[in-house]
Write a protein that binds this ligand. Structure first.
Ligand code: ADP
Length: 542
């Protein structure tokens, strides 16, 4: 017997329709590339998105065609999020921090037909454009006054001109919720990047999951400032979730330094933010140096790579900002786990709570996870046994775009490439990426724990732990450290800091100091580059 409830497809456009109808006066604030602070309501956002949908039709964008964006977090990018997906095309967010050749490769692989971009990226797009034969139109996301006098791109279009020429009457089409809505490529540290093609259904379900109380706990009372870029897995779903719950949104544009972010947090009374650990370093340094406090911020989501417990402590104990440690992947839309304490854990002492919070969190409903051994057999959730993390769920990838790389699944589960343990409460802890694990005499050493200890040293700004070749043990840990400006620290001093904090054989064999640790396009430490740099490093223990 079938249920007798309505069949209503889960469509991205319905989030915008809801936001306009129920939270029409809520604001979207954007610091723009042009230098101003722009404000509009959800009602205006919705009207401009409808205009843009008409403009896309007029440009000849067909169902399922890919529309690329190279843009910061801002209202025009948000309008495209809804206009492109809502009218039935596919939004392809490109990462402008990639090299020109990589960008061209990705845009060609995706077969982008129209590319929208911010003023900042005009030189980049001019360099790439000759290599994009499939792109029909390039649109500069600005107004007439800011259009360049000339450009090597023939027939460069102006965003605001397109909107002015279009009607704000547009009926969002109703179609199969399984149709593609957006496309995001993985960083591709090994081999070519691969595309994760999200659907309307997967996106709307992910949006519900992001907003839940034990997830990011979002509501109409929140003011959300996504530091995580809209080109980094849809800003972790926040542009969708803000419409679902009716929260105010604040977009920082290109200004991601500590001072600019802090000023925006305070002037717009931001309650919740989100980003990778490296962006928070700049913010904390600014706040500490100027003896500032956060006036409205209650919590921040940190993920993308492991949040060092030292950073978590500073946020929570010094500034009263709760850290929500989250884990996800491009292949997971991206959210998989969030580290919100359970009731009985809230009553534990501060140290015990911190130990739980520094794990990557527990699975949100919709994400089923397990850890498996080398034989593929499931391992116990005892908080000690580690194995490869496998996930499945309605917003987990089934296949990469165009079937690249063959079938990624193993018996219906997606192997994440992360090594993790899970405790009896269901809290998952990543010990490493499988390609970063250090294999010492057949035993595994997790680099994240070694990095977390180094990051707790007051003189350390950033630390990466990589495997260095060893004649007897195959691999041993080598710590690559960037000191804080003006701080003094010796190799011996740092190694002593490990005493009593870790099994002795886990202690790094050597420390090297560098001026900077290379960061990838999404702000993560590039350990593959470091491994390359220190390929011939001779350990003193060798
Ligand atoms: P994203 O683009 O969402 O950062 P990627 O697909 O580039 O996702 O990278 C996902 C990988 O990042 C995960 O497989 C994991 O190794 C790492 N990662 C993400 N969040 C965390 C976290 N909180 N702690 C440790 N590693 C993390």
């Amino acid at each position: 017997m079938l249920g007798q409830m309505m069949q209503q497809p889960l469509l991205i456009s319905s989030l915008l329709v809801h936001a306009e109808r129920h939270h029409g006066e809520q604001q979207v604030v954007s610091r723009r590339v042009e230098g101003d602070l722009h404000r509009q309501t959800f009602r205006e956002l919705a009207a401009r998105s409808r205009r843009m949908a008409n403009a896309l039709k007029a440009l000849g964008v067909a169902d399922g065609e890919r529309v690329g964006t190279l843009a910061w977090n801002g209202h025009r990018h948000m309008e495209l999020y809804y206009a492109v997906s809502g009218m039935g095309a596919v939004l392809h967010t490109l990462n402008p921090r990639l090299h020109a050749e990589q960008l061209a490769w990705i845009a060609n692989h995706a077969e982008d037909r129209v590319v929208f971009f911010d003023l900042t990226f005009l030189p980049l797009v001019e360099a790439v454009a000759p290599h994009l034969p499939q792109v029909r139109q390039f649109v500069l996301m600005t107004d007439r006054a800011h259009m360049p006098a000339s450009s090597t791109i023939a027939h460069l279009l102006c965003y605001e001109d397109l909107l002015d020429a279009a009607s704000d009457r547009f009926d969002w089409p109703r179609f199969d919720e399984n149709r593609a809505s957006s496309l995001c490529y993985t960083s591709g540290t090994t081999g070519n990047p691969k595309g994760a093609l999200y659907s309307h259904r997967s996106t709307v379900l992910h949006t519900y999951a992001v907003a839940l109380p034990d997830s990011l706990g979002l509501s109409s009372r929140d003011v959300i400032l996504p530091v995580v870029p809209m080109f980094h897995v849809n800003a972790w779903g926040l542009p969708y979730a803000a419409c679902m719950v009716g929260a105010k949104l604040v977009f920082p544009g290109p200004h991601l330094d500590g001072k600019s972010l802090y000023e925006l947090f305070e002037s717009e009374q931001v309650t919740v933010s989100a980003g990778v650990p490296t962006v928070w370093q700049g913010l904390l340094a600014h706040v500490q140096a100027n003896q500032l406090r956060f006036g409205s911020m209650t919590r921040t989501v940190i993920g993308g790579s492991a949040c060092p417990p030292a950073m978590m402590r500073t946020f929570q104990e010094t500034y009263g900002v709760t850290v929500l440690h989250a884990w996800g992947m491009t292949e997971l839309s991206p959210l998989g786990t969030v580290g919100v304490l359970k009731g009985h854990q809230e009553r534990l002492d501060a140290q015990a709570r911190m130990a739980i919070q520094s794990k990557q969190g527990r699975g949100i409903f919709g994400i089923d996870m397990k850890i498996v051994g080398e034989d593929g057999e499931e391992l116990a959730w005892d908080g000690k046994t580690s194995g490869e993390l496998m996930v499945r769920g309605p917003w987990v990838i089934q296949q990469y775009f165009k079937g690249e790389g063959g079938d990624p699944l193993r018996e219906g589960w997606f192997p994440t490439g992360d090594v993790a343990l899970i405790d009896a409460d269901g809290f998952m802890q990543i010990t490493d990426r499988s390609k970063d694990v250090i294999k010492s005499g057949g035993e595994w050493i997790g680099s994240i724990e070694l990095e977390n200890i180094a990051m707790a040293h007051p003189a350390v700004a950033m630390a990466a732990c990589i495997a260095a070749r060893h004649p007897k043990w195959d691999e041993r840990p080598l710590l690559v450290v960037m000191r804080k400006a003006g701080a003094e620290l010796t190799r011996e001093g740092l190694l002593q800091f490990y005493e009593g904090k870790i099994a002795r054989w886990w202690t790094p064999d050597d420390v090297v100091f560098v001026d900077a640790i290379p960061l990838g396009a999404t702000g993560k430490m590039q350990k593959n580059k470091l491994r390359e740099m220190f390929r011939d490093h001779r350990l003193p223990t060798a």
